[in-house]
Design a protein around this ligand. Structure first.
Ligand SMILES: C[S@@+](CC[C@H](N)C(=O)[O-])C[C@H]1O[C@@H](n2cnc3c(N)ncnc32)[C@H](O)[C@@H]1O
Length: 264
């Protein structure tokens, strides 16, 4: 398979796509169960400060990937999850909130029941780790470290959301090989990337990524992006089976695609 003979994943392609792919980018959830889920996940960040709280609330509500993880049961069968470049640990807060809300009986209609999962995170920036710890407390399992060199251990699933492009192309390859080594055969990788072939949307994504890092006080990051077919070819070279791209930008101006891959 060459990098180019794979499917198109942008919004136009999804308008032509069969039902399952469209369902993957379903309409924004509404109603009190959804609002409670977002509010419960964001609440621990209130004590951390306006920025951390507002960012958590906005991101969890508007970024379609968090909804998709629960609604589409993307972590089905995975008990241990490793979140690489986890930022202020929003995924851990989200999964905790899901368990709580489901337990209390306020759960979006038709969504699969969430299950308890052990979540570990690795994050480069000390202040992100500190925000996560202040919000979620001692139970939060996040290590401050560089995913280019920090030991991964083992996990049933590895999640890398909007992180790979901050590393050089060579580091991307090495990190993907190490992620593969952390998984057993059949283990899951959820990796979201900006599709460098998506024209203006891609430029908006890239500038927003840089801006967010700047606003968070991390300086000006250069980014190293690839078109989705190239990411998929790379996943194949690094020991993953043919990955499935899911458009994960609905309701946003971005060009984000979630690659769902299994370790060979
Ligand atoms: C756009 S944020 C995404 C945060 C989180 N994945 C989420 O979706 O909420 C990218 C994160 O990756 C982290 N990051 C970038 N390069 C990293 C590296 N080499 N090792 C660990 N974390 C890294 C950044 O510090 C930042 O927190």
């Amino acid at each position: 398979m060459t990098a180019r003979d794979t499917v198109e994943v942008g919004p136009r392609a999804l308008r032509r796509a069969p039902a399952p792919a469209r369902a993957a980018a379903g309409p924004a959830a509404s109603g009190s169960a959804w609002n409670t889920l977002v509010a419960t996940a964001a609440e621990p960040y209130r004590k951390v400060g306006h920025f951390a709280f507002g960012f958590a609330r906005g991101k969890l509500r508007l970024d379609p990937v968090f909804r998709a993880i629960l609604e589409q049961d993307l972590l089905e069968g995975c008990e241990s999850v490793l979140d690489l470049g986890c930022g202020q640990a929003l995924l851990a807060a989200w999964l905790q909130s899901a368990e709580r809300c489901h337990h209390s009986g306020l759960w979006p209609k038709g969504w699969p029941a969430p299950r308890a999962r052990a979540v570990r995170g690795i994050e480069l920036m000390g202040r992100e780790v500190a925000r996560g710890r202040r919000a979620l407390g001692a139970a939060l399992n996040v290590l401050q470290g560089d995913i280019r060199s920090t030991e991964f251990g083992c996990a049933d699933a590895v999640i890398v959301l909007d992180v790979m492009h901050y590393m050089s192309r060579q580091s991307q390859v090495e990190t993907l090989r190490r992620i593969r080594a952390a998984l057993s055969a059949g283990g899951l990788l959820l990796m979201r990337v900006g599709d460098a072939d998506s024209g203006m949307r891609f430029h908006v994504t890239r500038w927003m990524d840089r801006l967010i890092m700047l606003v968070r006080g991390h300086g000006w990051f250069s980014t190293h992006c690839r078109p989705v077919p190239e990411w998929r070819a790379l996943l194949g070279e690094c020991g993953f089976d043919s990955s499935e791209p899911r458009w994960m930008s609905r309701g946003t101006p971005f060009a984000n695609v979630l690659l769902v891959a299994r370790a060979r």
